[in-house]
Ligand binder design. Structure first.
Ligand SMILES: [Zn+2]
Length: 354
């Protein structure tokens, strides 16, 4: 009997080891503790199952709304975006009317990594029992891979949140979305799975074309100076270098001293073009362009999808194609691989505030 107990204790110990992820840190008692990514992903699949009615989803920025919509397809699941396209999502404060939208949600998909704190707080104050806030970036990116940089310095405590500008990370978002929807809405599990497979195939083709287009640029040309600091994870994925971002952490205009430093950097790094966006128009870009003689391009879209809601080009994949083509062509490369991509998009019935 005694021997049996000992054997059981060893077995339980072994099972404990096998069950915990090898990457889990341990506390001082040697017990595995959950990482931030594990806590965030478990939270996404902790909602109450919805039966006999359509699922209600609320989202924040348009690229996330579009990715969710790709997985939802024509299941009848309702998606309502909260952040109007073309607004600064980093400083966005939800209007009081958002409280009632959030009250009706089964799941609120946000980017996380401290991008949408006011919306997250409003959601947590208004969600009904059994509804969840799913933080996509927090669920897919381990803290060791967070990037702190120009506009997102470590001292501010907010990592660069723009994972979606890196297509493979959009696939990671889509997989968390699939798991979350399958959990709360098992009746539509097959449809979500099929839509997820189609989205993954589409984004893999975008990823391949981005690699091909990048390869047409000599390494010394793959340098980005952007106004908004949205391409850190893209750059790490495809071997580009973010030389600098113009927008300070406060999201106000840079000081004269910052501008002088950037002009010096643009000259010393032989940067070929600098990039602004429609979301953040700034006269500073023109000034740096004039002083350095470098082309400035102010049409990147960051999180503002091309076209009108409901039109085929109004999608996450088309947004990324547009941004990457703009970068590659402005720096002297050939974006044919991206331009010739067939991006068949599913009908998108999500509500995108404008
Ligand atoms: Zn941004």
């Amino acid at each position: 009997m005694r021997r049996l107990l000992v054997t059981s204790a060893i077995l339980i110990g072994l099972m404990g080891c096998a069950g915990s992820s090898s990457s889990s840190p341990q506390n001082s008692d040697g017990v595995a503790t959950l990482t931030g990514t594990q806590i965030a992903s478990q939270n996404c699949v902790s909602g109450t199952v919805v039966a006999d009615r359509a699922v209600n989803i609320v989202t924040t920025v348009a690229p996330i709304t579009s990715i969710v919509s790709s997985i939802v397809g024509d299941t009848g699941t309702v998606i309502t975006g909260l952040v109007p396209e073309g607004t600064n999502s980093h400083t966005f404060e939800p209007p009081p009317s958002a409280a009632s939208v959030l009250e009706g949600a089964d799941v609120v998909f946000i980017n996380g990594l401290v991008l949408e704190e006011p919306t997250k707080n409003l959601a947590e104050a208004n969600l009904r029992n059994g509804a969840v806030v799913c933080e996509l970036a927090t669920a897919v990116l381990p803290e060791s891979d967070w990037i702190f940089d120009f506009s997102f310095p470590k001292s501010g405590g907010k990592p660069n949140p723009h994972l979606w500008t890196n297509p493979p990370m959009a696939i990671d978002y889509a997989t968390v979305i699939l798991d979350t929807l399958t959990h709360i809405d098992p009746a539509n599990a097959d449809a979500y799975k099929t839509n997820h497979e189609a989205f993954v195939a589409q984004i893999r083709s975008l990823d391949d074309a981005t690699k091909v287009a990048t390869a047409t640029l000599p390494i010394e040309s793959r340098k980005l100076v952007t106004y908004h600091d949205a391409y850190a994870y893209f750059a790490r994925q495809y071997g580009w270098q973010v030389v600098g971002a113009i927008q300070p952490a406060s999201f106000e205009e840079p000081t004269a001293k910052d501008v002088v430093a950037l002009i010096r950097q643009v000259r010393s790094e032989s940067v070929r073009a600098i990039f602004g966006s429609e979301v953040f128009p700034s006269p500073i870009l023109e000034q740096i362009g004039k002083e350095t003689g470098v082309t400035y391009v102010d049409v990147l879209r960051d999180d503002d999808l091309p076209g009108e809601p409901g039109s085929p080009e109004h999608s996450y994949a088309e947004l990324m194609r547009f941004n990457f083509v703009t970068m590659v062509e402005s720096l002297g490369g050939d974006a044919t691989a991206l331009n010739s991509l067939e991006l068949a998009n599913v009908p998108d019935k999500a509500k995108y505030p404008q």
